[in-house]
Ligand binder design. Sequence first.
Ligand code: ISE
Length: 330
Amino acid sequence: MTVRVGVIGVGVMGADHVRTLHTVVSGATVTAVTDFDASRAAAIAEEVGARTVATAAELIAAPDVDAVIIASHDSAHAEQVGLCLDHRKPVLCEKPLAPTVDECRDLVAKEDALALAKPLVSVGFMRRFHHPYVALADEVRSGSIGTPLLVRSSHRNVAAYPGGDSASTVTNSAIHEIDITSWLLGVPIVEVSWHAPRSTSHDTSRQDPQVLLLRTADGALTLVDVFVNARYGYDVRCEVVGETGAVSLAPSHALTVDSSLRSAATYPEDWRPLFADAYRRQLQAWVESLAADTPTPLATARDGLRATEVAAALIDSMNNAGAVTPVRNS
Ligand code: ISE
């Protein structure tokens, strides 16, 4: 069976998904795309032999679309995922499931109300498919470093995407660190606090960088620095420190150039090269689960809700001078 996929939003990430599906994922074909920028939709549709449709609603209802990918603006996710549920269509929604807890809760309730044997909603927390994170998690779970006590993570972008603010740094970027922390440790985050160092002069629309403290239910503490205008390159770091050892991700640089008595590391400009294989593996796993009619192996709507609950607590802390704030879990 070939899964016919429609893609909503073909900006940086959506276009990447279309190309990955078209070139390296087996068992799927992109049949329809839509974007508020019609020329962008037309260009990628022509590249892969898909058709364009005018609206997300039309794409979701289309008879030649078996499953939907949502890579639109975060603020559009809730409505579009809701429409997929109305049409009983499987959907892979880019993170966050939605920026607010109320929207996420409504989606989880809507999916639960359908009482389906398998969830329809998957969320694109693709780091769960990134081989180095999988190896890190395996090492932690093997017990080789003893009980995890502390995690140190960094999330650095070259430049923030336009139009965001301090809260969207949390809901759009740091949300990856939130999801991966509880996935790595296998324990939910129950308490957080948000901290602001001196802010970069390169972005006056938000506090940048931000420092986040995330405490899991078993007392382990994660310290995240998220710096979305770091300029020097796309860089993701993670170290888990346990009672008897520590384990870290290998550096993000793709290349080391040794020349003229110097050794220089080259960073990617954004997340796509670093996580290309994770995106491919995530899409392949999603398509295979659809073809085999088995439950999604991706993050679920509930995982999306949990991450947004932690993000909401961080934003509350941000608005309350960094107060230690409990996460209100549903
Ligand atoms: C983007 O949407 C991503 O998912 C990237 O992984 C993240 O680094 C970036 O900050 C987000 O805007």
